[in-house]
Design a protein around this ligand. Structure first.
Ligand code: SF4
Length: 490
């Protein structure tokens, strides 16, 4: 087969996810949107972890990867040195792969070590390494074992980062061997796909978000009408079954199609155009609220490399809270907030500031309580003097998500979501669109920018203002939601 194009490791993985994505990537790359901030963050974290992994091989040689040809040339020269090589590149029959760490073992064998910022081995990692092994063996190297060097989520930073504790190695040789079965055929198929003049038609499917969210999703899913079956609460499989039958909207779902109670509510709301309201259940929920009401929301950040002593990889570290206090029915809310200055571990100051403004009685209203409770419990573990206080708070916390997750209130405009980002606009007409930071991920990444000193002082000020506005809307929004629920059941 004539092979004009190069198939890299990431092309191989993209192609396994979807032929169409690979074809567009290689033939019409302008159609691929730039990675969003959260994808870029994941990529950056990967690079950071890669740098720590190199420290485990003090005699390793770093082969610059910027210049493709130079990388191949240097790899060829350095193989004879029998030292661990970082970013060694191999190209055979138009397949190309770089290896994070190629480690010499025994007299003439090598181990492949792939470094990942994840905390466990995923299916895609096995295919990733199988392609590396394919390229190495085609080149003529003898590969003994394959490993995934990934984050050890039990590691706790004590002082300086210890790469031996931060990273743990999993032997994936057997799994990679299995994935090598049929690899030549898969590669041939991908070459056929990428040299085709036209991209073969691919239906949308579960591959669109697995193993990664495909960047072409907006384009490929654009044919679906408003309020389509993919807004079905909690189930994508049913939506794909309906799609196969040519059913795109809730209104067209046949009566004999199995739907659970919540999905039935969704369909009925779509058909009659009215919200579903279970007044009795909402009343019961509202009756659990005891004044004074503390509407509370936390923002956290996390990072693969623990930033402070006593933290683990990916631990959610709270850096901001907003608290609106309503003393009694119809009283004006009083606002308190905390936003760490970003120079040090914020946890001590965070919990001390919270304790000052959170009174000893009254309900604490949050949205999705597992998150806030988790943060508080981890703070108490780290700072045991707050243990009893946090234990007392747990019983006072009330989750405003409950009436919406239980579909005691549902409006089709929520699009199958019980998130505050969907509920608030529907119930109150206020949304997050006017804010420069409009979700928790953006808040977390913005704060990481502040602490990493990647932004100028003026920009930091702006980020801090945006964070304050965003977090305050989450808590003030909860007041408006509760007021609206009260109005609905009056
Ligand atoms: S959105 Fe789905 S169908 Fe479209 S290219 Fe991506 S994976 Fe393929």
């Amino acid at each position: 087969m004539a092979r004009k194009k190069l198939l890299t490791k990431s092309d191989y993985l993209d192609g396994l996810q979807c032929f169409k994505y690979l074809w567009v990537m290689l033939n019409e790359p302008d159609r691929i949107p730039e990675p969003d901030t959260s994808t870029q963050h994941r990529i950056d974290q990967g690079h950071l972890v890669g740098e720590w992994a190199k420290k485990l091989f003090p005699d390793g040689i770093d082969i610059p990867a910027d210049d493709f040809k130079d990388n191949l040339r240097q790899t060829e020269e350095l193989l004879n040195k029998r030292k661990p090589l970082f970013e060694a590149g191999f190209m055979v029959d138009n397949t190309f792969s770089r290896i994070d760490v190629l480690k010499p073992v025994s007299k003439d064998e090598w181990d492949i070590i792939e470094v990942k910022s994840s905390t466990k081995v995923k299916g895609v990692d096995i295919h990733d390494v199988s392609f590396q092994r394919y390229c190495c063996e085609k080149y003529g190297l003898k590969i003994r074992n394959c490993y995934l060097l990934h984050i050890n989520n039990m590691y706790i930073k004590q002082s300086e980062i210890d790469p031996k504790g931060l990273l743990t190695s999993t032997d994936i040789t057997v799994e990679v061997d299995e994935a090598m079965n049929g690899i030549q055929k898969r590669i041939d198929n991908l070459f056929s796909a990428i040299v085709a003049r036209k991209c073969s038609a691919v239906n949308i499917g579960e591959q669109c978000s697995s193993p990664y969210d495909c960047p072409l999703k907006e384009e490929c899913w654009d044919f679906l009408p408003e309020n389509n079956v993919f807004e079905m609460y909690g189930e994508k499989k049913k939506a794909f079954t309906l799609l196969e039958k040519g059913i795109y909207t809730f209104k067209d779902i046949p009566d004999d199609f199995p739907l659970n109670g919540k999905q039935e509510i969704q369909r009925n709301c779509e058909i009659n155009g009215k919200p579903y309201i279970e007044k009795k259940a909402i009343r019961q929920f509202l009756n659990t609220l005891q004044y004074p009401l503390y509407y509370m929301d936390f923002e956290t950040f996390s990072s693969a490399i623990p930033p402070f002593n006593g933290t683990k990889p990916y631990q959610q570290i709270p850096f901001q809270f907003s608290l609106h206090v309503v003393e009694k029915d119809n009283a004006t809310a009083k606002h308190h907030s905390f936003l760490a200055d970003g120079t040090d571990d914020p946890r001590n100051e965070f919990i001390a500031s919270l304790k000052k403004v959170l009174g000893n009685s009254g309900s604490i209203v949050v949205y999705k309580m597992d998150f806030e409770k988790g943060v508080l419990n981890r703070l108490a573990t780290f700072l045991p003097k707050y243990n009893n206080w946090v234990e007392g708070l747990n019983d006072r916390i009330i989750d405003l998500l409950v009436p919406f997750r239980s579909f005691h209130y549902y409006d089709a405009k929520q699009k199958g979501s019980a998130s505050i980002k969907n509920v608030l606009p529907v119930l109150t007409g206020t949304n997050y669109d006017h804010l420069d930071i409009s979700d928790g991920m953006e808040a977390s990444l913005a704060f990481l920018d502040v602490i990493s000193n990647n932004v100028a002082e003026k920009e930091k000020m702006k980020i801090r203002e945006d964070l304050e506005k965003y977090c305050a809307l989450d808590t003030e929004g909860m007041i408006w939601i509760v007021d609206k629920l009260k109005e609905l059941v009056r």
